[in-house]
Design a protein around this ligand. Sequence first.
Ligand SMILES: NC(=O)c1ccc[n+]([C@@H]2O[C@H](COP(=O)([O-])OP(=O)(O)OC[C@H]3O[C@@H](n4cnc5c(N)ncnc54)[C@H](OP(=O)(O)O)[C@@H]3O)[C@@H](O)[C@H]2O)c1
Length: 327
Amino acid sequence: MRAAVLKAHGGPERLAVESKEVPAPRAGHLLVRVAAAGLNFHDVIERRSGYPGRPAPPTGTGLEGAGEVIAVGPGVTEAKVGDQVAWAAVESSHAQYVEVPVADAIPVPGWLGAVDAAAVAAQGLTAHYLAFSLRSFAAGDTALVWAAAGGVGRLLTQFLAARGVRVIAATSSEVKAAVAREAGAERSVRYEDVPDAVRESTGGAGVDVVFDGIGAPTFDVSLGSVRRRGLLVVYGRAGGQVPPVDLFRLSGAGSVQLVRPRFIDFVATREELLFRSDELFAAIRSKDVTVRVEAVFSLEDIADAHRLLESRAAIGKVVILPWPDEE
Ligand SMILES: NC(=O)c1ccc[n+]([C@@H]2O[C@H](COP(=O)([O-])OP(=O)(O)OC[C@H]3O[C@@H](n4cnc5c(N)ncnc54)[C@H](OP(=O)(O)O)[C@@H]3O)[C@@H](O)[C@H]2O)c1
């Protein structure tokens, strides 16, 4: 099979696509023929520098995909050959075949195609836990969402807007601002206008919650935008890692709660993964949430897929097709 390999940390040129043995599924695992795989900003960070504690290159790449089960390992009873599954956190997913732990396999409903399933698994489940599992938000609550036309940001805006939350969307361009409004944001503003917009929209009180997936460049404005006893969620670092924070800044900002959540802690049990994916698929079915694919790349062109994602030009999902001739 063909599989992407990261040869060393650095630019997209450090990615290669190589021939490898198709794995035989171990106990508790499924062998899946990948129909589509998702590219995430996480993959870009892994490529550039990696996360603390992660194995050094050479390594496989990618965490997300969807496809058909073609073999099951010993002891597997929850899935069978022919099932369509998706996953959001399985190593080496940018490949023609992936060995998926059965506990991580999400059954894909018949009406959802593999490209859409792969496009929404990680960012959709993330948007779901951000919207529903950190605090209970009610209609009329106010939220500031940075990068609201980004992968997580757009889906999060849709989930919040469907619940009646008033979203102030921050984006870097007019095109992205229009996408955020289409996703349900009450208003969308450029980054430099965020403080004024928050003041105007909340009578100076600040928003109930800020969702910040950018990190270092936006953290200070995020903290200054939260109301007394509000919540600041720093879920990503597309713009860089937030430096260590003096805890007294949280009290000074009005006893603000700060959380830096991690995806795997919100799909920590099989029950939670299935409950969350059921709700995500229901939201797609009811059109509260829409899948948006920006571009589709052949696996052999994975370096170009990384270039597009990190250029900030993509609005929807970047999808990798390991078997491009079949499209
Ligand atoms: N904690 C979790 O559970 C979790 C789960 C999924 C993702 N994440 C993290 O959340 C972040 C966003 O993920 P995503 O999948 O939504 O990514 P994405 O689709 O690539 O969107 C990121 C957005 O960030 C904005 N941005 C601002 N500065 C940027 C920069 N220097 N480089 C690139 N983009 C920049 C861009 O929007 P504008 O052009 O409008 O600024 C871009 O669209 C990433 O750090 C990712 O690793 C965390």
